[in-house]
Design a binder for this molecule. Structure first.
Ligand SMILES: Cc1ncc(COP(=O)(O)O)c(C=O)c1O
Length: 386
């Protein structure tokens, strides 16, 4: 047998693939499974976007290698989206590169800047691709705990100076998966100052920017002065338009960072299928009623779940954004999740899967129907009564 590379030794099986495997095994055994496990929208992609894709397929030019940084008309629609919704200026030609989903870009980005032995600052609990990408580039993640007492913000003054000196990248993700926390303008301004002072690149993951409630629009990274001097934002159509399977996203921001990422990508992939990019233009430029409708759907689900958990005496915080509920179970979250699965067939993600600070938590994804949530709450109540 061939020993795997030392880098690969650091890569665990992908958390969500594991959860899905468990679900399949239980279903094959004929058990009813209710899965709050994976944040993958259950509602179909809006029809207008599917129609745009179908029409795009009538033009044979889309079947060729897409190449380059993405179609200029799609990049223009991205730039217009930022202008219209956040009054942010982005040069479509120099400050945007199209991705095959934001995960792809986030995973590849450290390879551009991180040398073996360099550090990246990874707040945890977190989406695992930040440290996985770091390991694959030979770097070392330095984990920064996100704790409720600090509003789930990393504490920059806790980082030793010798680590800061060797740090290339700080990752931030707000609205945050899994904690559902949002960033304040003040926190983002602090993070930008910290990065500028220490010559660190700020990678901002905005995958959940559009999933928010009660009309409280999350702060946009590039609305903070100085963000573009050190920052690159990763964004995606996946969560906003129920397009996780289509694989389309983008990176935008600092021209130098975008240019380097584009060069890397041109060497390892050949771009995003053009018909999907054309559908992406419709997603961003067409009427956005479907986005508002999805917010309402998630809000209703959130309220049902949160109310139900409160009735069971859980101390649960109402998320202002994302489709996640991050629940402190007051004991080992992994044991809690295992017990729940065994006794009720309900899947929740143990917080430890996102990092050691998630040990006492479990994450519920609101990507299942209202009826299933109600059913799950009945099962939970029955289990609690016993
Ligand atoms: C925080 C965060 N960032 C990025 C992604 C990746 O999304 P995609 O690759 O579908 O754009 C996800 C997916 O779950 C996520 O939770």
């Amino acid at each position: 047998m061939w020993p795997q590379s030392e880098r690969m030794d650091k890569i665990p099986p992908y958390l969500f693939a594991e959860i899905d495997r468990k679900r399949k095994i239980l279903e094959e055994q004929g058990r009813e499974v209710i899965s709050f496990g994976i944040g993958d929208p259950d509602v179909p992609t809006p029809k207008r976007i599917i129609e745009a894709m179908k029409n795009a397929l009538d033009n044979p030019s889309v079947f060729r290698y897409p190449l380059g940084r993405g179609r200029s008309d799609f990049r223009k629609s991205i730039s217009q989206y930022y202008k219209k919704n956040y009054d942010i200026n982005l040069d479509y030609d120099k400050e945007i590169v199209v991705l095959i989903g934001s995960k792809e870009g986030i995973a590849h980005f450290p390879q551009v800047f991180v040398n073996p032995g360099d550090y990246t600052l990874v707040p945890e609990p977190c989406y695992p691709v930040y440290h996985i990408g770091t390991y694959l580039s030979g770097g070392i993640p330095y984990f920064l705990p996100l704790e409720e007492k600090n509003d789930f913000y990393p504490q920059f003054d806790s980082i030793p100076q010798d680590i800061i000196k060797k740090t290339k990248i700080l990752y931030l993700n707000y609205p945050n998966n899994p904690t559902a926390a949002c960033s304040s303008k003040e926190f983002l301004a602090d993070a930008i100052n910290f990065c500028k002072k220490n010559n660190i690149i700020l990678v901002y993951d905005a995958a959940y920017q559009e999933i928010y409630y009660d009309n409280k629009k999350p702060v946009a990274f590039f609305s903070i002065p100085g963000a573009k001097d050190i920052g690159i934002e990763f964004h995606s159509l996946s969560k906003t338009y129920n397009m996780t399977g289509w694989r389309i996203g983008w990176a935008c921001g600092n021209q130098y960072l975008i240019n380097k990422l584009a060069i890397l990508k041109e060497n390892i992939d050949s771009g995003t299928f053009e018909a999907i990019q054309i559908a992406g233009i419709e997603a961003l430029s067409g009427p956005r009623d479907d986005v508002c409708k999805m917010r309402k759907i998630y809000q209703e689900r959130r309220d049902i779940l949160v109310e139900g958990l409160k009735k069971l005496s859980f101390n649960v915080k109402i998320p202002e954004a994302t489709f996640y509920v991050w629940l402190d179970v007051g004991s080992d979250g992994l044991k809690f999740a295992e017990n729940l699965l065994e006794k009720t067939g309900i899947i929740v993600t143990p917080g430890i899967g996102f990092g050691s600070s998630g040990r006492r938590f479990v994450r519920f994804a609101l990507t299942i129907s209202k009826d299933k949530i109600i059913n799950a709450l009945i099962k939970l109540e029955n289990l609690w009564k016993k």
